[in-house]
Design a protein around this ligand. Sequence first.
Ligand SMILES: [Mg+2]
Length: 259
Amino acid sequence: MCTDSALALTPAPCWALFLDVDGTILHLRDTPDGVQVGEKLLDILELLLTRLGGAVALVSGRRIDTLDSMFAPHRLPTAGLHGLERRSADGRLHTVAEPAALDELRPQLLTLATTSTKVILEDKGHALAIHYRLEPELSDEIKNRVEQLVQPFSSELHVIHGKMVSEIKSPLADKGAAIRDFMTEAPFKRRLPVFIGDDTTDEDGFAYVNERNGYSVRVGDCAETLAYYTLPDVDDVVDWLESWPDMLDTPQGATKDTG
Ligand SMILES: [Mg+2]
């Protein structure tokens, strides 16, 4: 359980910043397509990239190409699909093979999504997501049904239930592994990892960052989380990030060895 406000932390040029997107730096909307990135956030990211020597990455459940469109003209180091795909700072792409079981499961989930016009199946290619934000009263029923459908494929697939969404993906990647892999590469290597997220799918990231004595920050409810620090809302995260450049007065971010 996190009790300390992240506002007590003083950003340092040796930090590497990892950001979940939806519910962390962007407000959640009724549908995934309803989310937009404003100029203010783009400007903040640009300043942070400069002040942290490029060590700023997005770590999201969305696809990398979707994130690129959303955050254009930026093309940040990015882990998409909860780490199933990852683009290093040098542009190299790393992907986990798509489980064959997804093809078998897809039609069954499509049938489930026809339960209601307000239940949406998002086909991300390497992962599937069932959204029920528009019909929250169905959430328990849908979660149970998704668990039942995935159970026969449990050696290849697993389910993570987030905020009004159930995600089905390979268990071979997660956000913690994605951050760990970034931390072996320039410009993240030998920096101190800081990860801000808001949901169940971010817990692997918090666990890794804690292991590295970095800073884990959970947005919103933190009754059950591995994160040590908290911020109440997306607006607080954006305001905090906006204040960083003034505190980071070493332009290109000297690094320190954190082991
Ligand atoms: Mg999120």
